[in-house]
Structures are given as C-alpha cells and as structure tokens.
Design a protein around this ligand. Structure first.
Ligand SMILES: *Cc1c(COP(=O)(O)O)cnc(C)c1O
Length: 412
C-alpha cells in the first residue's frame, strides 16, 4: 500500500476524526504548526462575535457580573485543570507564560529562603531563562542565581543550593519529552521545588501534575489549546504552597477585596492571588470556547493519536531516500516524544519556506531545524502524507536553493 492510501485507511479508523470539522481549516493548506499557533475552532468565532456584539456592545459594564467576566481567570483555569492533572483550586488563567514565570520563580525563592539557585536545562525556550535573569538583576546574586546545565548534568547539579528546578517538559527544538515524574522526584530528593513549563504539553498529551507531586507549572493558551494569537497563559501552584509567600506582581485582581479599594495590598486566598490586573476578556472568552472541544475527551486518546501521527511521519522520513540528508532530532522512543517532529538540515530555513509556498505550513527554528507540529484534535494522517510527499519533492528538486526562499521574516 502506498503512503497516501495507508493514510486514508488510518484516517478512517481514527476515533478523533470528527474533531477536525470543529476547526475552520483552509481547504488548500496542510497546517502543521499547531504547536506554535493552534488553528481556529469554529466555536471561537461565534463566541468572540457574541462577546463583542452582545456582551460588550449591549450589556456594557454590567457584563463583568452578568456574564461572569470577573471570574473568567478562575473558571477558565478550572477548565484547563483536568487536562494537566490538577485538582480544583490550583490553576488560574492569566497573563503570559513569561509573566507567570516571574511570579512563580519569585514564589519558589520565597518558599526556599536559604537557597538561591534557579536550575534550568540549557537550550530550553529562552524566555524562561530571561525571566529568571530579570529576577536576578532585581534581587541580586545573593538571592537569585541562574544556572543552566545540559540534560545529562541535571542530576549532578541538583544540590542544597538549588531552590527550584525549572524545566520544559517537551523541548521546543527537538520535540524531546523529559520524564516529569523522575525529574520532579530528583529535585525533591535534594529539597528543591520544581516548576514545569507545559507550553508543548497541554492539549497534546496527558500531564499528571498532582500525581507527580509537581510544585508549580505554567503553560500556553495559544498552542495546542487553540485559544488564538496571544491567548492568556495558565499558572498552577500546588495547594500546599498557597498563602505562604506573596507573589511580587501584587495587582488589584489578586487582592482579597479588589473593590474595597484598600490602600494596602492584602493577597486573596489561594490561587486567586496569582492574578495581577484586569484580564483581557475577549481573548479569555476565545480560550474558554476553544477549551470546550476537550470536554469529554480522554487525554490518553489525544496522546494515542499524536504518537500515531508523529510515528507515521517519522517512518515516512526514514523510508524515503530523498530525505536521507535530513537528520531526525525527535526521539523515536514514544515515551520520549512530544507532539512534533523536528528535522535538521543546513538549508532548513529555505526548506521551510518552500514547504510553506507549496501550502504545507511548518516553521523554522534557528539555526537549522524544520518543525512539523501534529495537533491530535485536527491533524490527519493524510496531512502527514501530503507533507512527506511535498518535502520529498522539495529535496529532490533542490528547489530550496532559489534566492527567494532565503529572505528571513521578522517571525519565523
Ligand atoms: C511558546 C512558549 C513560551 C511563550 O511564552 P509567552 O510568554 O506566553 O509568550 C514560553 N515557553 C515555552 C517553552 C514556549 O514554548
């Protein structure tokens, strides 16, 4: 059976197949960048229109109460909680990952006052380290020291100076997935806390924060959760750490009584204290609607589909002699794999541009990686087969050598 026929057969047996119709995907494109910006769910267009026209337009300021705008950060947080294995009361939806990392890193240092090191994995998404560097310049080296080591050196680097281990579960470049349970236990064994970045996990694979004993986590609303460009992020803090330190972005939405207009800050109890200012209601409503697509789905079914898609794609790469020059960075071992496949080639940027020009939307990561993201809710095996065919044509024809594919845009 050729690959397209095999893909058709797999699609016809896919239990999540009907979910694709819930998305407004363009007919003439194959979208493999849902790990960077999730596709548009049809229900989001409807919700945003209703929020703008009816809630904002007609009900105006009364909407804060009448339409529950004021509770959105907590109610959307509760919708995300089951996707990341969190019992109620521990997740809030607000701000960006970057801002939420700042609140949590400061909290971690507050919970471990005799320790100063934030240990991270070299090569993780840079904003995580940048936020730590900002905290370091604010607090000084005696209170906050950033230390980045290779994956293989993490175990040795965990010592009694480490306040918190900050890790991204799925590496954004390679698609490699770390062992959350094992690393969390290793951090705890030396008395450190652990903070997981779930940007490439939430909505793509099951996460068991409570069960793994994780202390803190952040994640993204606009990737696999499909909340739209710049959708609010989320923040998790385990119950046992609530009400112990005051997070430094102590804005009025995290106050115990925002509308008392008290001159002094008094933190709200629980996870609510991790809000800062007024939520972006339109973006939060879009994410709230997008999350409805996960209702009733087993995270394990998403994982099965994701592994099948990435596995099918990787087999196709290995079987095609025209793709021999592309090095597969993503682990073949299923437990070590996220929901993307990363291929390395010195001409990666131009290759990605060729694919996009041919209607296969992927992205490029500096200096030499093409990423193929597989969103289990809407990508099909046929998408993967078309991408393989297109990639094969681009490499055999050498089309990427054309000068016009060398221009770098502001966003890659
Ligand atoms: C996408 C991504 C972010 C994005 O951070 P924002 O502050 O929400 O823009 C952070 N960390 C990782 C690992 C990511 O993949």
């Amino acid at each position: 059976m050729n690959r397209r026929d095999e893909a058709t057969r797999l699609d016809s047996h896919d239990p999540l197949r009907a979910m694709r119709d819930a998305f407004a995907l363009p007919q003439d494109r194959v979208y493999l960048d849902g790990n960077s910006l999730g596709a548009l769910p049809r229900c989001v267009s409807e919700r945003v229109r209703a929020v703008v026209d009816q809630q904002w337009g007609r009900d105006l300021i009364t909407s804060w109460n009448v339409h529950g705008w004021v509770n959105l950060p907590l109610s959307v947080g509760e919708k995300i909680a089951p996707l990341i294995g969190a019992a109620p009361g521990q997740v809030v939806c607000c701000d960006s990952i970057s801002v939420n990392l700042f609140k949590l890193l400061a909290t971690a240092l507050g919970l471990r006052p005799s320790r100063r090191v934030v240990l991270t994995c070299a090569g993780d998404f840079p904003t995580d380290a940048y936020m730590g560097q900002g905290l370091h310049s604010l607090l000084g080296a005696e209170r906050c020291e950033m230390r980045a080591v290779g994956v293989g050196e993490l175990a040795d680097a965990l010592d009694e100076t480490v306040a918190v281990l900050m890790m991204t579960e799925v590496d954004f470049r390679s698609g490699r997935r770390h062992d959350m349970r094992e690393l969390t236990a290793a951090a705890h064994a030396c008395g450190a806390l652990v903070l997981w970045d779930l940007a490439h996990s939430a909505g793509a694979l099951p996460v068991d924060l409570d069960d793994c004993g994780v202390d803190m986590a952040v994640g993204c609303g606009y990737k696999f959760l499909n909340g739209g460009p710049g959708a609010p992020a989320f923040l998790y803090l385990a119950q046992r750490h609530h009400n112990q330190v005051t997070q430094p972005l102590s804005g009025w939405f995290g106050h115990a009584a925002p509308f008392a207009f008290d001159p002094d800050y008094r933190a709200a109890p629980g996870i609510s204290a991790y809000q800062a200012g007024t939520p972006g209601v339109i973006g939060m409503q879009a994410l709230d609607a997008a999350l409805d697509l996960f209702t009733g789905l087993e995270p394990a079914s998403l994982r099965r589909k994701s592994l099948a898609l990435t596995g099918f794609f990787m087999e196709g790469v290995a079987a095609d002699p025209a793709l021999a020059a592309m090095e597969v960075l993503t682990p073949t071992e299923e437990a070590r794999r996220g929901s993307q496949v990363s291929l390395r080639h010195p001409e990666a940027h131009a290759i990605a541009q060729c694919l996009i020009a041919a209607g296969v939307i992927v992205d490029f990561r500096d200096p030499d990686i093409v990423r193929f993201g597989f969103a289990p809710l809407y990508n099909s095996f046929t998408d993967a087969a078309i991408a393989l065919q297109c990639l094969s044509t681009v490499l055999s024809a050498g089309a990427y050598a054309n000068e016009r594919y060398r221009q770098r845009a502001q966003v890659t």
